[in-house]
Write a protein that binds this ligand. Structure first.
Ligand SMILES: *Cc1c(COP(=O)(O)O)cnc(C)c1O
Length: 520
């Protein structure tokens, strides 16, 4: 009996012994680049060497290698196919919706890339004389200006390389401020709904964190903050508060909380990662916030994650200005200079100017949108989240009855009780429908959380497809729970052992001959 080609899996091994013939287009059959090619193969064709060969050991002494580096010996075709195949197994915002809550995975407009690649920006060297860097300094000066306008802060530093780095920078300024007042408070209040980077940044700064419980409505209450302050009299350095919170809710009592913390001598750090819900609506500087980071790679459309480095500018109120990192960019008449002479500065946070290419992209986006455009983006981001919520909440109950801002947190409560299918299964099954899963099991205060942030760049058609997928998965769970529990089915690799992947990741390729110790 002959098997049909569709069901036959090639049994013969390839001559290289790397698995069945004709399956290299499958992810699990794609050898590492080091396992491809053959000795002496090269992707470059250079003319014969017409200068005398040198002995590396004689030139470089002990810096020269004892063994060749073991680089892959492959042709250009090998390399192109290898990396193009890998890229096709990737998921990206340019392929589909990426509703990863808290991460604001919005579309990165191509005009940003075009401007960042202009030779006048891309070809600069950070050590050039300042007189030849005037355009770059002007862009940084203007970006600070627009971020100040958007947020209501006195000044903004562009140096930090990410949101978490901005938190570190902000807390360093807060500590320097307290020290300048002759105070050494040790406690930072952090609500239980906070992003993990908040307590991490606080302890990295030698502060002790005091957890404050959110109310049953999901909001942080001024009473709870006052009670926490009362337990640590004279020892409150400040509070770190995410607004909108990681539950996607606007912290309605922020003004009262800010007053209470200030009255206790503390400062208010606002985690601005969710600023995409506030553009043109709320200026944190106006409500008494002392310090806040922006995530240019979230709110201001610069690439996120594998797509490029981040940028986490930090805005500060007037009393923190003396402590800003050096150098600041200043304008004198028609020219721009760097100010290194800031005696109370916490010092440098980043080499050279920070991630300048990201500043170019963010500035381009802001100028393209304009003030009215940014407000409209926020309105659409919130509308999209509210629409999704309305479409799915009968099946996936929301974590709070309060109105959602730019993201909605729902739970697997009902699904789990009725079908045994849980959040992780839903996330995996969504991949079969062609969507990147949302953030799962975060925030920790919501059991079985699915945190969905559609962003303003998704159309109603895409939102409907996503909602339909979630509802369809719930139906599948009721009819055939196993189908959902064993998902994904349509991906190159099936369900992974997530614990092992997190606890003992293999991050480095080693030859088969490596010793167990080398393999770790
Ligand atoms: C993303 C995020 C951060 C950290 O920002 P990075 O740029 O990833 O370092 C902090 N807080 C919240 C609420 C976030 O969503």
């Amino acid at each position: 009996m002959t098997q049909s080609p569709a069901s036959a899996s090639p049994a013969a091994s390839s001559p290289t012994g790397r698995g069945p013939i004709g399956t290299r287009h499958l992810l699990h059959q794609q050898p590492a680049i080091f396992e491809q090619g053959t000795a002496g193969r090269s992707g470059a064709s250079l003319p014969p060497c017409d200068v005398p060969a040198v002995d590396p050991a004689a030139c470089f002494g002990e810096l020269s290698r004892a063994q060749p580096a073991g680089l892959p010996e492959v042709s250009e075709v090998d390399v192109t196919r290898h990396f193009t195949r890998l890229s096709r197994w990737n998921y990206a915002i340019d392929i589909g919706m990426y509703p990863l809550g808290s991460c604001t995975m919005k579309y990165n407009p191509k005009v940003n890339e075009r401007v960042a690649r202009m030779p006048g920006f891309a070809g600069l060297h950070p050590a050039q004389p300042l007189s030849t860097l005037q355009g770059a300094l002007e862009l940084m000066y203007r970006l600070e200006e627009v971020l100040r306008e958007i947020s209501g802060f006195a000044r903004v530093t562009l140096q930090p390389a990410a949101g978490a780095h901005g938190e570190l920078c902000g807390l360093m300024m807060m500590r320097a401020y307290h020290q300048s007042q002759g105070r050494h408070p040790k406690k930072v209040l952090i609500p239980d709904s906070a992003h993990g980077t908040n307590p991490a940044s606080a302890s990295l700064n030698q502060f002790e964190t005091v957890a404050v419980k959110t109310g049953s409505d999901g909001l942080l209450h001024a009473d709870a903050v006052r009670a926490a302050i009362a337990q640590h009299p004279g020892d409150i350095a400040g509070i770190m508060i995410t607004n909108p919170s990681t539950l996607g809710l606007f912290e309605e009592q922020i003004a009262e909380i800010t007053q209470a913390v200030h009255a206790a001598g503390g400062l208010v750090y606002m985690d601005g990662a969710n600023f995409n819900a506030l553009l043109g609506k709320v200026r944190p500087g106006d409500i008494g916030v002392d310090c806040m980071h922006f995530n240019l790679h979230k709110t201001f459309t610069t690439p996120h994650g594998g797509g490029g480095p981040g940028a986490g500018p930090v805005g500060v109120s007037a009393r923190l200005v003396p402590f800003l990192p050096t150098p600041t960019v200043e304008k004198d008449g028609d020219s721009y200079r760097l100010d290194w002479h800031r005696p109370q500065s916490i010092g440098r946070m980043r080499s050279f100017f920070g991630n300048f290419g990201m500043m170019v992209r963010a500035y381009t986006y802001i100028r393209e949108m304009g003030g009215a455009g940014l407000s409209q983006a926020t309105e659409m981001a919130v509308l999209n989240a509210v629409y999704l919520r309305a479409r799915i909440q009968d099946v996936y109950p929301v974590c709070s009855e309060r109105p959602s801002m730019h993201e909605v947190v729902v739970t697997d409560k009902r699904l789990k009780k009725e079908t045994g299918v849980q959040t992780l299964d839903v996330a995996k099954r969504l991949m079969d429908y062609g969507f990147h899963p949302p953030t799962v099991y975060f925030p920790l205060v919501v059991p079985g959380a699915l945190m969905i942030e559609p962003t303003e760049t998704e159309s109603k058609e895409t939102l409907d497809e996503f909602a339909d997928a979630l509802l369809s998965i719930a139906q599948e769970a009721a009819q055939n729970a196993e189908l959902v529990k064993s998902a994904p089915h349509g991906t190159a690799l099936r369900r992974l052992d997530e614990t092992r992947a997190a606890r003992s990741p293999r991050l480095r390729w080693l030859p088969a001959s490596a010793t167990p110790a080398q393999k770790g």
